[in-house]
Design a protein around this ligand. Structure first.
Ligand code: KIV
Length: 302
C-alpha cells in the first residue's frame, strides 16, 4: 500500500480514496485545478466535510467565535484548539488537516511557537499549521519548517490583528500596501511556507500574488483568481447569527433546520406523540407474561 493511500475509509464506508497531501495541492496549482478548503471544529462536521471530498480542512481559530461564542478570535487558547483539532482528526481521513496557531501562541518567543506547533502535530495529528503575518514571521516560518512542520501563511485581513487594523477591514487597498503584501508573500514562501491564505484583499492583489508564487494561494474574500477557496463552515451554512460578509455564499440554512427540528420535537413531547409505541422497547413475549402475572399478584396483595 502506498503512503498516500494509507488511511482507511470512514467506518461503514468502503469508498476508496487517495489521501490529499501538500504535494497533491501543489500539483493542483500547476494543473490550474481549483483547491477546495473549509473549516471544521468537531468530529461530526469534520466527517461530513471530508466525505464531501474537500481538499483541505482547517481547524481555524474562527472557532473562538462560531463555536465558543467569544467576540473575537483573540481569547481562544492552545488547549482549546488542540482539543478540537483532536476531534476533527478523528473525522478527517482524506483531506489535508491543518490547525490554526491561536493568538499569543507564537507572538512572544519563537521557541514557544515551535513547541506549540509541535503540539498540533504530535497531540492532535495536524498535517500543517497556520500562522498570521508577513515578514515579521519569516524567521518563525523557517524554524517551523526546519522542525518538519508544514506552514500555511496568512496575509491580508488577519483577524488576530483586529485592534491594530481598527476592525475587520479589507487590506492592501493602496499601491504601497499591495506591494508590501506581495513582498510579504514572497518572503513567506522563501522562508518555507507551503501554502498561503489570502483574506479580505482586492482580487487584483490576490491575482498578482497568486501569479508570483510557486505555492498555492487559498482565498477568502480575495476573489476568484486564487488557486483555491476557503470558507468558514458556519458562514456557509448559516450558523453565525450575523449577516454574512460580502464574500460569503450561503449553501444551506442549518439554523433553520435545527430550530424547526427542535421546535417540532418539543411539540411532540408536549403533545405526548413522542415517543410512540413503535419507538419503545418491549419485553420478550414470554417475559411479558410473567411480568404481567407478577404485577397482578402485587395488586392483589395491596
Ligand atoms: O480561522 C479561520 O477560520 C481562518 C480562515 C478564515 C482562513 O483563518
Amino acid at each position: 500500500m502506498s503512503v498516500t493511500q494509507s488511511r482507511s475509509p470512514h467506518p461503514g464506508s468502503s469508498t476508496p480514496f487517495v489521501k490529499v497531501t501538500l504535494q497533491s495541492l501543489q500539483e493542483k496549482k500547476r494543473n490550474r485545478a481549483p483547491i477546495s478548503a473549509i473549516t471544521a471544529y468537531d468530529y461530526a462536521t469534520a466527517r461530513l466535510v471530508d466525505e464531501a471530498s474537500v481538499d483541505l480542512v482547517l481547524v481555524g481559530d474562527s472557532l473562538a467565535m462560531v463555536m465558543l461564542g467569544y467576540e473575537s478570535t483573540l481569547p481562544v487558547t492552545m488547549d482549546e484548539m488542540v482539543m478540537l483539532t483532536r476531534a476533527v482528526r478523528r473525522g478527517v481521513r482524506r483531506a489535508l488537516l491543518a490547525a490554526d496557531m491561536p493568538y499569543a501562541s507564537y507572538h512572544v518567543e519563537e521557541s514557544e511557537g515551535v513547541r506549540n506547533a509541535l503540539r498540533f502535530m504530535k497531540e492532535a495529528g495536524a498535517e500543517a499549521i497556520k500562522v498570521e503575518g508577513g515578514r515579521n514571521r519569516v524567521s518563525l516560518v523557517q524554524r517551523l519548517t526546519d522542525a518538519e512542520i508544514p506552514v500555511i501563511g496568512h496575509l491580508g485581513l488577519t483577524p488576530q490583528s483586529l485592534h491594530r487594523m481598527g476592525g475587520y477591514r479589507v487590506q492592501g487597498k493602496t499601491v504601497v500596501a499591495a506591494e508590501a503584501m506581495l513582498d510579504d508573500a514572497v518572503a513567506l514562501e522563501a522562508a518555507g511556507a507551503a501554502l498561503l491564505v489570502l483574506e479580505g484583499i482586492p482580487r487584483e492583489v490576490a491575482a498578482r500574488i497568486t501569479d508570483a508564487l510557486p505555492i498555492p494561494t487559498i482565498g477568502i474574500g480575495a476573489g476568484p483568481d486564487c488557486d483555491g477557496q476557503i470558507l468558514v463552515l458556519h458562514d456557509a451554512i448559516n450558523l453565525t447569527f450575523a449577516p454574512p460578509a460580502k464574500f460569503v455564499r450561503r449553501y444551506g440554512d442549518a439554523a433553520a433546520i435545527i430550530r424547526d427540528a427542535v421546535e417540532q420535537y418539543r411539540k411532540d413531547v408536549e403533545s405526548g406523540s413522542f415517543p410512540s409505541d413503535a419507538e419503545s422497547y418491549h419485553l420478550p413475549a414470554e417475559v411479558r407474561e410473567h411480568f404481567q402475572q407478577s404485577a397482578a399478584r402485587t395488586r392483589r396483595k395491596a
